[in-house]
Design a protein around this ligand. Structure first.
Ligand SMILES: NC(=O)C1=CN([C@@H]2O[C@H](COP(=O)(O)OP(=O)(O)OC[C@H]3O[C@@H](n4cnc5c(N)ncnc54)[C@H](O)[C@@H]3O)[C@@H](O)[C@H]2O)[C@@H](O)CC1
Ligand SMILES: [K+]
Length: 491
C-alpha cells in the first residue's frame, strides 16, 4: 500500500524525528536522494546544465543542497533566487561547490520576448534568466513544497513559463509548486513536472487529479519518518495478491459467490453483455442475469455460462445501461436488502440520502456525481477528493469516482486512490466492465472499499495489457482481466 499523508501529519512526524537527530540531518537525507534522482533523470551529471528555482523556504534548501552535490560531480548549476529569503546555508553550500547564484528580476510574463525578460544589470550573474533556462537540461522546482499555498507569484510564474516554452523538463522537489498539497486541487497556475521527488511519504496531491497529473511520475525518498495511519492510500501489486478472493480446495461455484446482474435494456443490450464479461473476468463462481428476455438471450449467446432469471445471489450489480427501463422502486428494494450492491450509471438515480447504505458501492463518473450533489461537473473535476467524500457521507455509500485517477471514498472516511489507468480506457462500455467486475468482487466477499479499489486496479491493469499503448474496446479489457489477474497474483 502506498500512503499519502496530510501536511499537518508530515510536519508532526518531521518535528518528532528532528528532535532526535542532529540538526540538518533530514534536509541532507532529502538533498542526497534528490541529487541522485536528478542525476538518474539526466542520465549522468558531468557537464549537465541544471537550473534551480529557489523560493523562500526549506523546499529551496533541499534544491540548493542537491545542486551543491551535482556541482561537485561536474554539473553546471545555477540557482535563480526568486526570494531574498532563500535558504542561506544551502546557498552557501552551492557557492562553495562551484555553483552560481542569480537573483531574478521581475519578469514580464510569457508574452514578452524571452531575451528581454531579465535585466542582466540587476542579476548577480552575466547571463539573463531566459538564456539560462533556454540552455538548461533540467529545471529544478524548489519554489515551494508543503509550505506552499496554491498559485505561483509573478516572478516564479514567468520563469516556469519560460521552461515550458523552451520545452525544458522540470523536476519538482517534494511537490510541483502551485498545487494544493492537501487536496490535489489546482485552482491557480502551477508547475507541470516531468518528475516529482518527494520525501518521507506521499502527499495527497501526488495521488489526486488534477494535481497528480502535474506531478508526473513520483519518486519517494525515505528520510526515516515515523508516520500515523495515512489519510489516503493507493493499492500496489502486493495488495491485490493479499486482497483477491482466490478460491481454495473446498470452494464451489456458490461459495465463490453468485452475482446478480440487473444491467442493460432493450435500448442498450450491449451494456448487459459487457458488464457480464467484466463480472466473469472476476472471482465470482456464477452470474445470474435479470432483465428483458431479448437481452438475456443476447447475454447468453455471448456467455453461455450465465443463468437467466432471479435466484439467490450474494451481491448485485445494478444500473449500467438501464436507460428508460429503470425500475426505481425495485432497485430501492434491493438497496435495502441484505446483499451488497454495486450501483452504476442510470441506477444511481435510485439513490436517496435517507437510508443506511454502507454496503453499497456507487460508481459514478464526474457528471453523475455532480448530479448526486447538485453541483456542476467542472466543480467535481476540480475538487475530486472533496466531492467523493461529500457524496460518501451524504448517501452513506462507498463512492468510486471514475476518472484518470479513480477515488474510492467510504462513508467512514477511508480513501483509496487508483492511479494506474491508461487514457485509452476512456472508451464506451469501460464503466460497464468495471461495474460487473466490482460486483464480482463484492459477491466473492470483499467490502465495498476493497471491491472498488481492487476492481479499479484490475480494470486498469487489464486495460494496460490489452492496450499496449494503442486503442482498446471495453470487451478487450474484459477479455484481458484473467491474464492481468494471473500476472498480479504471481502466476
Ligand atoms: N522540515 C524538514 O525537516 C524537512 C523539510 N523538507 C523540505 O521542506 C519543505 C517545506 O519547507 P517550508 O516549511 O520552509 O516551506 P516551503 O519551502 O514549502 O515554503 C516556504 C514559504 O513560501 C511561502 N509561500 C507559500 N506559498 C507560496 C507561493 N504560492 N509562492 C511563493 N511563496 C509561497 C510561505 O511563506 C512558505 O512558508 C518540504 O516541502 C521539503 O521540500 C525536506 O528537507 C525534508 C525535511
Ligand atoms: K517544489
Amino acid at each position: 500500500m502506498r500512503s499519502a499523508h496530510t501536511v499537518e501529519q508530515v510536519r508532526a512526524a518531521e518535528a518528532d524525528l528532528m528532535a532526535r537527530v542532529p540538526e540538518g540531518t533530514l534536509m541532507q537525507r532529502a538533498a542526497t536522494g534528490l541529487a541522485v534522482a536528478i542525476s538518474n533523470f539526466l542520465g549522468g551529471t558531468y557537464g549537465a546544465r541544471v537550473v534551480l528555482l529557489i523560493g523562500s523556504g526549506d523546499n529551496g534548501g533541499d534544491a540548493l543542497y542537491a545542486g551543491a552535490r551535482l556541482a561537485r560531480r561536474g554539473a553546471q548549476v545555477t540557482a535563480v533566487l526568486l526570494s531574498d529569503k532563500a535558504h542561506r546555508a544551502g546557498a552557501e553550500a552551492l557557492r562553495t561547490a562551484g555553483g552560481r547564484l542569480v537573483t531574478s528580476t521581475p519578469l514580464t510574463g510569457p508574452s514578452a520576448d524571452p531575451s528581454a525578460t531579465a535585466d542582466p544589470s540587476a542579476t548577480t550573474a552575466p547571463t539573463a534568466v531566459a538564456d539560462l533556462i533556454r540552455s538548461a537540461d533540467v529545471v529544478v522546482d524548489g519554489i515551494v513544497g508543503i509550505g506552499g499555498r496554491p498559485g505561483l507569484r509573478p516572478k516564479a510564474l514567468a520563469v516556469v513559463q519560460l521552461a515550458e516554452r523552451f520545452g525544458v523538463p522540470i523536476v519538482a522537489v517534494d511537490t510541483p509548486s502551485g498545487v494544493d498539497v492537501d487536496t490535489g486541487e489546482t485552482p491557480e497556475p502551477h508547475v507541470n513536472a516531468a518528475l516529482t521527488i518527494t520525501f518521507g511519504t506521499h502527499k495527497i496531491c501526488h495521488f489526486i487529479d488534477p494535481a497528480a497529473t502535474a506531478c508526473g511520475p513520483v519518486h519517494l525518498i525515505d528520510i526515516g519518518l515515523d508516520l500515523p495511519p495515512a489519510e489516503v492510500e493507493s493499492l500496489q501489486t502486493s495488495d491485490i495478491a493479499r486482497l483477491y478472493p482466490v478460491p481454495h480446495g473446498e470452494s464451489d461455484k456458490y461459495s465463490r459467490g453468485v452475482l446478480g446482474l440487473m444491467v442493460g435494456s432493450t435500448q442498450y443490450p450491449g451494456a448487459a453483455v459487457i458488464a457480464t464479461s467484466g463480472a466473469l473476468g472476476g472471482p465470482v463462481g456464477m452470474v445470474r442475469y435479470v432483465g428483458p428476455d431479448a437481452v438475456a438471450e443476447a447475454v447468453r449467446a455471448a456467455h453461455p455460462e450465465i443463468v437467466a432469471g432471479e435466484g439467490r445471489v450474494q451481491a448485485w450489480a445494478i444500473g449500467s445501461g438501464l436507460g428508460d427501463e429503470l425500475d426505481i422502486p425495485r432497485i430501492r428494494e434491493l438497496l435495502d436488502a441484505e446483499e451488497p450492491v454495486v450501483l452504476d450509471a442510470d441506477g444511481l438515480k435510485a439513490l436517496d440520502d435517507s437510508g443506511d447504505h454502507f454496503d453499497v458501492l456507487a460508481t459514478p463518473h464526474a457528471g453523475e456525481l455532480a448530479r448526486l450533489l447538485d453541483v456542476d461537473r467542472a466543480t467535481v473535476e476540480a475538487e475530486r477528493l472533496k466531492h467523493a467524500r461529500l457524496a460518501a457521507e451524504r448517501y452513506d455509500v462507498t463512492v468510486l469516482l471514475k476518472g484518470s485517477t479513480t477515488v474510492i471514498a467510504s462513508p467512514d472516511g477511508q480513501v483509496r486512490v487508483n492511479t494506474n489507468a491508461t487514457p485509452w480506457l476512456a472508451t464506451a462500455g469501460a464503466g460497464d466492465v468495471l461495474a460487473g467486475l466490482c460486483g464480482s468482487l463484492l459477491a466473492a466477499g470483499l467490502t465495498p472499499l476493497d471491491a472498488g479499489s481492487v476492481g479499479a486496479y484490475l480494470h486498469a491493469a487489464a486495460a494496460n495489457l490489452a492496450s499496449s499503448s494503442g486503442p482498446i474496446t471495453a470487451m478487450s479489457v474484459a477479455a484481458a482481466l484473467p491474464e492481468a489477474t494471473r500476472y498480479l497474483l504471481g502466476g
